[in-house]
Design a protein around this ligand. Sequence first.
Ligand code: ADP
Length: 466
Amino acid sequence: MLITLLLFGYYVLTSMKSYLYDEEKINVTTTSNMVASFAAEYIDDETGYLDTISFDRFLKGLRVDSQMRVLVLGKDITVLYDSQNNQNLLGVAQVRPSVLSAINGTDGFVRYDRDDIISFDAAAPIINSDGKILGVVNIIYVPDTTSHFIDAILTEMIFLIIVISILIGVVIFIVANIVSKRIVDFTSKITSMSDDGILDEKLDISGNDEISRLGEAFNMMSEKVVNLEMQRVQFVSDASHELKTPLSSIKLMADSILQTPDITMDYVREFMTDMNNEVDRLNRIVNKLLYITKMDVHSNDENKNLELISLNDIVQGIEKNLQPLAKKADITLVTSAPGEIFLMANKDVLWQGIYNIVDNAIKYTDSDGYVLVALEQKNSFVTIEVRDTGVGISKEDTDKIFDRFYRVDKARSRETGGTGLGLSIALSAVKYHNGTIEVESDPGKGSTFRIILPDTVPEKEEEEEI
Ligand code: ADP
């Protein structure tokens, strides 16, 4: 602001100066021209003699500014007349650029700017009616009003700049204090939050400016962090609990074997079989946990390793894999597709997602039931519908089944080797492909899980592939 003010002041001052100087220049040159045009009458053509008395009277009649010193010079540029009556100057030659130019027939003008004293020097030739140059009228003008005027403006401007600067300074100081005080408040609160680990603190937001919006964004972020932290704690506690159950069983069975001195081999074998089952269960949980962690880490990756895959191949592969399980449970597993459907997807991730849902459909359907997997491609979406005639899910449970470790019927889930992680893995896999899962269920009659994925195949590639 100060630099702008200074530049502005400098600009105003210089333009004002040049305007005033131009005015003065016009004033001096016109006067010298006018005096020169009359002066020829007072000079003898032959002798070059100037009738100083008559000329003086004429000049006084003109009422020329008293600060203008009017000199009349002869052909030899010596002074014939001086309006300030300085006898010393009479007869002295005036060898100055303005005079030299005038004696050669052209008006001359020079502005002197020495030690803050400005003087204007204008000269005009005195030409008689025959066009002969008889001499020169030279005016020297030292205006004290101009420089005083400029000085006065300069002083006022400096004063104004100082006052404005102080005002701006005070305003900026107050505003900056208000703004920075809030930022300092925010910073100290955020620092204390991160230092003390108190994540659910909120910033006080007042107003509707950028800083308030920053505070709002921060509060939203901290809310998300708190939620994530709660989920993390819940997850660790659930995971520990899930791991603890099979471990306790194993420990119990091992203790029983050790503490029964005359245990028969049949009992040992029975216990060992149970222990083996529990170890398998532990293994399944740990593998799924590792898979979930991997998905969490990679779900936001730029490079998701997508490739052009045939959805039919994946579904047929899953069917082949799960057909023995379905057969064992007396369940009819059927797949249907209108034609070949291609998709840009990560094959392994998508496989796991669909597999878990079909696997559940078989697990939660009683014997003589049906599981139908149908593919559909419509309106730039690809749908994989898994319909079963199983136990179904109540309305309240439908919202929770995708939570990690959530199981509606713990006993049945345990019986079928469930971990409560299958659907959360399926959801992560579908989200990995920017898709969604819809669930419709009629308790006692069956459920329908619908995986909806965006149709991501570039048209050309699809045609070529087909
Ligand atoms: P689990 O390993 O126990 O199957 P999931 O995360 O796969 O865990 O499923 C969570 C819960 O959702 C299951 O325990 C079950 O109660 C319910 N569920 C999932 N799929 C079905 C289905 N097709 N029919 C009925 N209930 C289901």
